[in-house]
Design a protein around this ligand. Sequence first.
Ligand code: AQP
Length: 359
Amino acid sequence: MSGSTPPAREGAPSKDSRPSPAGNQGRILSGIKPTGNLHLGNYLGAIRNWVAMQNNFECLFCVVDLHAITAEKIEPAELTRATREVAAGYIAAGIDPAQAALFVQSHVPAHAELAWVFNCVARLGWLNRMTQFKDKAGKNREAASAGLYVYPNLMAADILLYKATHVPVGEDQKQHVELTRDIAQKFNHDYATNLFVLPEPVIQGAGTRVMSLRDGTKKMSKSDGGSDYAVIYMTDDADSIAQKIRKATTDPNPLPESVAGLEGRAEAANLLNIYAALTGQTLEQAVAEQAGQQFSQFKAKLTETAVAVLGPINAEMKRLMDDPEEIDRALKRGAEKAKAIAGPVLAEAYKTVGFLPSA
Ligand code: AQP
């Protein structure tokens, strides 16, 4: 196993290694890091889309706690809380834990075990090209954790353990799904197997990239170090949502007549994008509906819409967080389902590599 160039791409391995859930379009796996409070970006850019895919795909949704510790240290109690909150957010937003496997990544040790094998498959040259590492490590690369560097190998393990056919991700994660394909292909090639399925990224709509309410050029993020007013959390009540939208940065002009008029108006574009996503309209439709409005009127409408969508989710999240045992029961069931798929795949990978089976 050598060389720093991925093997030439081939088609996906034989159909035998693909999941074939009856009546499904394939198997999806996705997850969110419990690095803080879930926000509107996580909802519109990820969870809401998963809910929509639930009936057509066999679904595995995890709370990726192993990924959560790759960046700054999180207080242990906060990590535990956030892990339950992400699970509560999934359920409250409409993921059905009886249908999908909803689980915590660290509850299925096969993720970390396969990731080690992939640490030995992925080439340094491949990892060096990962733009997320460069973004997240920033200028002080020397101080970044080794975990942050090999994060894409763990993500490859997350996906390949389940032979996921599709991976819903934001645009910024597409490179990691491509790396996953390269790892699968190199493993399959080097060990003359067709064990791993090459997954397809399903890029979630660019229109649902939610930006900070304080700076329309910056992604809304859990770890936004700036003002809390930049982020609408899924746990925010109606008053907080109203206050944050009222304080959202804008410009002095009324809303434009067309999408072209949003050029150079990042904050207006962001608020209209959010409004479009919440109302299920295209950006063009939302712009046409709000053409010529003052921000004050538009913000009132946006607040009303956001509260209507997030209010019930927020209430259900609170109910679940007050009953952690219900969350834990759902996660236990999910981990059992996940282990039933992951166990045999890990065993096959170990056997393929030549590890002596344990007695
Ligand atoms: N602002 C966003 N707009 C649209 N989608 C978003 N997602 C995150 N932020 C936005 C989507 O949420 C999913 C899970 O994200 P994650 O928590 O695993 O990682 P992230 O993208 O790094 O999210 P954050 O909030 O920015 O977390 P931190 O601050 O900890 O890095 C992904 O599908 C992502 O696209």
